[in-house]
Design a protein around this ligand. Structure first.
Ligand code: NAD
Ligand code: DAU
Length: 350
């Protein structure tokens, strides 16, 4: 039985990936290692938690001894590494945690993988999940290619860029079998409501202002989270060691247009008069160093491995809104306690 470690499997993308792998590969043992930070939530996995090929291990990837002991005990055949501090605004407010988890944590995993595979790395793989933000910010034209020079501009993206470089360095220097993918903005169920889409859904539910940074003209390329999980599955099994693959939705939206579309769907689904939610839109102080535009060219993944997104944006966006409306207890649970303090601090001066 192949043993696959997924780090950060209790988070947004990780939980979708764990679900896919556990269901699709009954002959794999999927081990989910997660610290359960504010962003990690085992409630994201209740539908698969009792399946015999799934196991949860609570732990911090920054803890070198814990990581080494776990690798020694399990002798994983593959690692898919998603655990990270992932929210740009938090990285601006307090960068240190990002350096520790995203860089030091990744190095701990790389060292542990190197250690257990030192005698035979045949058929093993370390797969590092990264972001399009490492490439910096685009103007109106062009898209990020795998060959685009790195130009990270926030503490978050700098920490992710750093970890990408380290994964490549371990591949080149030590021959560690490793692949990397860099994906655009994901959306879908189970995303923590500090990120634009679930934050706005939650605020519309409560009739609270929808904080749009700056003039709302920044552009993001949105991909449905299950399409990302499918790409990860494909790259893990069919990607080439040492290669990088871009993953994107080919689906660019200005923030303001996205929020307006969300308002329109929410009004319809909640039986409110058209235009009600749009009145909540409030332009607030811009994010420091706010990247203007991200857009991914995913043609390498499409041409070499045959991946393209299957979920159309209209369909994925409607499904996402429906999920949050049908799961108010999930939203209520994650937005009580510390979330309220976070929200108050983060948006007080905007
Ligand atoms: P998330 O914040 O929802 O989840 C992160 C998970 O990592 C949580 O379960 C958390 O508990 C866990 N974690 C954090 N620190 C840890 C530590 N020190 N030890 C062990 N576990 C720890 O993040 P996400 O949005 O699901 O992103 C997952 C990965 O995908 C990240 O590496 C991120 O950089 C990358 N990514 C995200 C997006 C996106 O749009 N969300 C796009 C491209 C790439
Ligand atoms: O591009 C991939 C990245 O996408 C991932 O690597 C990150 O982990 C993920 O968080 C996401 O980063 P963004 O900064 O693009 O996502 P966020 O949802 O925070 O913001 C999306 C856009 O909306 C961005 O231009 C900032 C803006 N925004 C965000 C928030 C939270 C607002 O206008 N108001 C808000 O309240």
């Amino acid at each position: 039985m192949k043993k696959i470690l997924v780090t950060g499997g209790a988070g947004f993308i990780g939980s979708h990936l764990v679900r896919l792998l556990v269901k699709k590969y009954p002959d794999y043992r999927i081990i989910n290692m997660d610290k359960l930070t504010y962003a990690g939530n085992l409630a994201n996995l209740t539908d698969i938690e009792n399946l015999p090929n799934y196991e949860f291990v609570k732990g911090d990837i920054v803890d070198e001894d814990f990581v080494m002991m776990t690798f020694d005990a399990y002798r994983f055949d593959g690692v898919i590494h998603l655990a990270a501090e992932s929210h740009v605004d938090r990285s601006i407010a307090s960068p240190r945690e990002f350096i520790m988890t995203n860089i030091v944590g990744t190095v701990n995993l790389l060292n542990a993988a190197r250690h257990i595979w030192k005698d035979n790395a045949e058929g093993k793989r370390f797969y590092h999940i990264s972001t399009d933000e490492v490439y910096g910010s685009l103007h109106d034209e062009g898209k990020f290619l795998e060959t685009t020079p790195y130009d990270p501009r926030s503490p978050y993206s700098a920490s992710k860029a750093s970890s990408d470089h380290l994964v490549r360095a371990y591949h080149h220097t030590f021959g560690l079998p490793a692949v990397i993918s860099n994906c655009s903005n994901n959306y879908g169920p189970f995303q923590f409501p500090e990120k634009l889409i679930p934050l706005c859904i939650n605020n519309i539910r409560h009739g609270k202002p929808l904080p749009v940074y700056g003039e709302g003209t920044n552009i993001r390329d949105w991909l449905y989270v299950e399409d990302h999980a499918r790409a990860i599955d494909l790259i893990f099994h069919q990607g080439i060691d040492g290669e990088t693959y871009n993953i994107g939705g080919n689906n660019e939206w200005r923030n303001i247009d996205l929020v307006k579309k969300l308002c329109e769907i929410m009004d319809r689904k909640m039986g409110r008069h058209p235009g009600t939610s749009e009145q909540l839109i409030t332009f607030v102080k811009d994010r420091a160093g706010h990247d203007f535009r991200y857009a991914i060219d995913a043609s390498k993944l499409q041409n070499n491995l045959g991946w393209s997104p299957v979920v159309k944006f209209d369909e994925g966006f409607e499904k996402t809104v429906e999920w949050y409306l049908e799961n108010p207890e999930w939203l209520n649970n994650v937005t009580s306690g510390n979330y309220l303090k976070y929200y108050e601090t983060m948006y007080r001066n905007r």
